[in-house]
Each structure stands twice: as C-alpha cells, then as structure tokens.
Design a protein around this ligand. Structure first.
Ligand SMILES: Cc1ncc(COP(=O)(O)O)c(C=O)c1O
Length: 399
C-alpha cells in the first residue's frame, strides 16, 4: 500500500546501516536452512558475565524499575568517574558525565548538540558507518581523511591538511572499527593540539578502549592534559567491554556545557537509560574484571590464528590489528585477478552466496578494496570460515 509518505530531508539523505544489511542477508540464508559463518557482527559472542546479570536480578527484585534522573543516577556516574580515574588518572565531576542508552546514543547526542547545518566534521577513513550518517542528520558535511597511504594511522599533519574554515569537530575512534589501528599516545596528543589550536572540538569514541593488544597500550583522551581535555568529549560503552550489547549502556565525559546540552536532548527524547541496566553497569565497572581479562585473552588468541590464516589465502594481505576485534584485509589482488568480481561489495556478496560467509565490504567504511572480518566469534567458526573462504577465492581466481 502506498502512503505518499515523504520523510524529512535530513532523514531522507541518511543511509541505512550496511552492517545491519549483512546481518539481514545472513538471516535469510539461515532461514532457508543453510549454515552461515557470521563474521559480520560487531558484537561479542560471549554471554554477559554472571556477576553483572545477578546485579540486574537484584535491581528487579528490589523494584529499581522507575525513572531515574535523565543523565543517570548519582551512583552510576560515580562508578564511571572512578573507573575512568582508575584507568587514566583523570578526574571528572558528576556534571561532566551523562549516561545514555548505548554509545550510539551518546555519539548522536554529542554531534547534534555541537554541529550546525553547513559545518564540516573531520572523519578519518575507514570509519564506523554511523559517524557520517549522524553528521548528515545534523545537516553538516563529513570531510573524510583517507588514511590508507599511511597504513590507516592518522597523523596530526593529515588533520591539518583537511582543515577548512568551517571545520568544527574531529571524530577519533581508537582502537578503530574497522581497521583495528590504535593511535599512538604521542600522536594522539599532537592531533589534539591541532584540534585545540584551530578551535575545533574532539569526540573520542573509545568503545574498544579495553581491547588493545600488547605491546600496544590503551590510550584514552581523558588522559590528555587539561587544556586539550577542555575541548574533548570521551565516549564509552559497556556493549563490547562487558558483552552487554543488548543492555544499551554508554556514557560520555567532557566539558560541562556540552554535557548539559546532551542531557537536555536526552531528557526530551529517551530520558534515562534503563534503570536495571544502570545497576548492572555499576557492577560491571566496579566489580570483578576477571571476565574482561578472559575475553581479551580469547580475542587475542583468535586474532593470532586469523591473521596468518588470512595471509595464506592467495591475493589477501592483512596487517595485524592492534585493538578491537576486527581484521581488515586488503583484497585488491583478488579483485584484480578475476574478471567477474570487481568491488569489495561484490566480493562480500560472492562470499555470502558461494561460501555462506557473512562479512562487510570495506566500501561501507569509506575504504574500497578491503573486507571487514569480525573475530568476535568462536575459534571453530573462524577456522571453518577460513577453509570455506580459501576454497571460494581459489575458485574465483582460477575460474
Ligand atoms: C566504533 C563504534 N562506536 C560506537 C558503537 C556503539 O555501540 P553501542 O551503541 O552498542 O554502545 C559501536 C558499535 O558497533 C562501534 O563499533
């Protein structure tokens, strides 16, 4: 039935999430009875740890089921402040914290409260798909900084080279989804210096902060010196860190005035994040961190299997990710060596149809010639997927 519904312009120009599109295609295959190797989801395969679940049960039993302050309870703000202080040494006060329904809401609120139509927002590519879409929603322009020539490492010089008179915000995501790159602390500081010198603001999306593999060290913008921190918003999430994607719990710490505007928007849209999730998050942040260590160990073990295995496949070259749980292999030689499949999107489709492997094309993240493979899945599935992928690519290249 046609309804003649015409969406608002700022929404019409947004694209649907391409990572969710992969999940949908994989689901269709599954429903048709096929086994699908899902390397597409940016979601831990672990269950939420028991101590966290128990805290949620207790919250329900104690009827902690009502509205809370829109920005989150005093207790959860305290837990976040203490967690950040323990990890970075930084001090924040409760007016500098807002708790939201996931990191996505935090980032949405951060962008729409800062950015005016016509502003320029600097985004290094490859980027998390949602960043430019929120910028579009805000009526602003994404200025993409291509980092491929430097092995996906952003530098202060690259930021400087992309500044325009309308630049207002730089979005950093380290460790990066999808490249797995971690910005070196010294470079991070130089980048923040460019931001402050040019009166920009910095949004540091740190949802993979804890997933940084030795010898690389997690670095949070919260550790920047005060004059740099004054123009920086740190965005965090419990989704990946504590395998809590469905609980929807994220937070931001930053300049009090920016936070106040984010709270205003949130109070008129979703109000507080779920009261029960807040109680669970307090336990996650301040209780035992054993499960986090176990998950990090397991991700590293999978990465250490996956990267050499990918490099064994003819035409695929993959550098070792330093953080997060994604590999981002270069597949340009595969694309060049056959006459049928010419783009990363076609290759992703081919692998889904031919080998039932769900993964995401690099073009979805603004960088053509790559694939994103999530290793937040069991070792067994990874191994079987690699076998299938090897067969499918040999067939493509030889056929
Ligand atoms: C880079 C990045 N930022 C933020 C998020 C938001 O996650 P959530 O809204 O579950 O906290 C994600 C999730 O995939 C992500 O990959």
């Amino acid at each position: 039935m046609t309804t003649n519904f015409i969406p608002a312009q700022r929404v019409a120009s947004m694209q649907s999430s391409s990572t969710l599109a992969v999940l949908q295609k994989a689901e269709n295959l599954r429903r048709a009875g096929y086994e699908v190797y899902d390397l597409g989801a940016g979601e831990p395969d672990f269950n939420t740890p028991n101590n966290i679940k128990l805290a949620a049960h207790k919250a329900i039993d104690e009827n902690f089921t009502r509205y809370t302050p829109a920005a989150g309870t005093v207790e959860i703000k305290r837990a976040i402040i203490d967690y950040i202080a323990a990890n970075t040494g930084a001090n924040y006060n409760p007016q500098q914290v807002v708790v939201s329904a996931g990191g996505k809401q935090t980032i949405f609120n951060a962008i729409v409260t800062l950015i005016n139509p016509g502003d320029d927002v600097l985004i290094p590519a490859p980027y998390w798909v949602t960043f430019p879409e929120i910028v579009t929603f805000a009526g602003a322009n994404s200025v993409i900084i291509d980092t491929e020539s430097n092995g996906f490492q952003l530098t202060a010089e690259m930021v400087e080279a992309h500044l325009t008179p309308k630049s207002r915000l730089l979005i950093l995501n380290s460790p990066s989804n999808p490249s797995g790159r971690v910005v070196d602390p010294k470079e991070f500081e130089r980048i923040a210096e460019v931001v402050v010198k040019n009166n920009l603001w910095l949004l540091s999306d740190e949802c993979y902060y804890q997933f940084t593999y030795q010898p690389h060290k997690p670095f949070s913008a919260a550790s920047l010196r005060d004059e740099l921190r004054a123009r920086t918003l740190v965005s965090g999430s419990l989704s990946k860190t504590y395998a809590m994607t469905g609980w929807r719990l994220g937070y931001a710490l930053g300049p009090q005035d920016w936070i106040a505007e984010m709270v205003k928007v949130q109070s008129h849209s979703t109000s507080n994040p779920a009261s029960i999730s807040q109680k669970a998050a307090i336990e996650a942040l301040s209780g035992s961190q054993e499960s986090l260590k176990e998950m990090l160990y397991e991700y590293r073990r999978r990465r250490d299997y996956l990267i050499p295995a990918l490099n064994q496949i003819e035409g695929i070259e993959c550098v070792e990710p330093e953080g997060a749980f994604y590999a981002f292999p270069n597949v340009k030689k595969v694309l060049d060596s056959n006459s049928k499949i010419k783009s990363s999107a076609d290759l992703a489709d081919y692998l889904l149809e031919e080998a039932h492997i769900a993964l995401t094309a690099g073009s979805a993240f603004g960088t053509e010639g790559y694939l994103r493979i999530s290793y937040a899945t069991s070792m067994e599935i990874l191994q079987r997927a690699i076998d299938k992928m090897t067969e499918a690519i040999v067939k493509l290249v030889k056929g």
